[in-house]
Design a protein. Structure first.
Length: 144
């Protein structure tokens, strides 16, 4: 049965800033990896994490500064191939910043849900640091 992970993180930055860090390839590079994105329904989502792992999908929903959704999967990984799962990110104004509500559904089993939860929590913390002007430092997760 498909698995879903849900997590949230508070970011001390406006929604527009966080949205830019989720869609602008130059900003994505600061916390996640090299990216090619076309933030519009049907547009490409392609990220190389640590130049080791390539994630690919397609944007299905884009509501500037409020919501993103895109299909997601890994090149060369049978368990979660490109486009096989769905990432949904809601950005909510809260406490002078942005609450990032993150959902990743369609994962094939509990093992993949746990692995993706570990990875996403790591990268969402890096996003929170970068979006507030900080330096998240070297990405040790990508070297694992």
């Amino acid at each position: 049965m498909p698995e879903t992970l849900r997590t949230e993180i508070q970011v001390a930055a406006p929604q527009a800033t966080v949205f830019a860090f989720l869609t602008d390839p130059d900003k994505i590079l600061r916390w996640l990896g090299t990216a090619t994105t076309e933030a519009r329904p049907g547009g490409i989502y392609l990220v190389s994490v640590g130049d080791k792992y390539a994630a690919r999908g397609e944007f299905t929903e884009v509501i500037p500064v409020h919501r993103l959704a895109y299909s997601f999967g890994w090149e060369g990984r049978e368990e979660v191939p490109p486009g096989s799962s769905l990432v949904e990110i809601d950005l909510l104004e809260k406490d002078g910043g942005t609450l990032v509500r993150f959902t990743h559904s369609g994962l094939p089993n509990e093992e993949e849900r746990v692995a993706h939860e570990k990875g996403w929590n790591h990268y969402l913390r890096r996003l929170a640091t970068a979006a507030t002007g900080g330096d998240p430092g070297p990405d040790v997760q990508a070297d694992m």
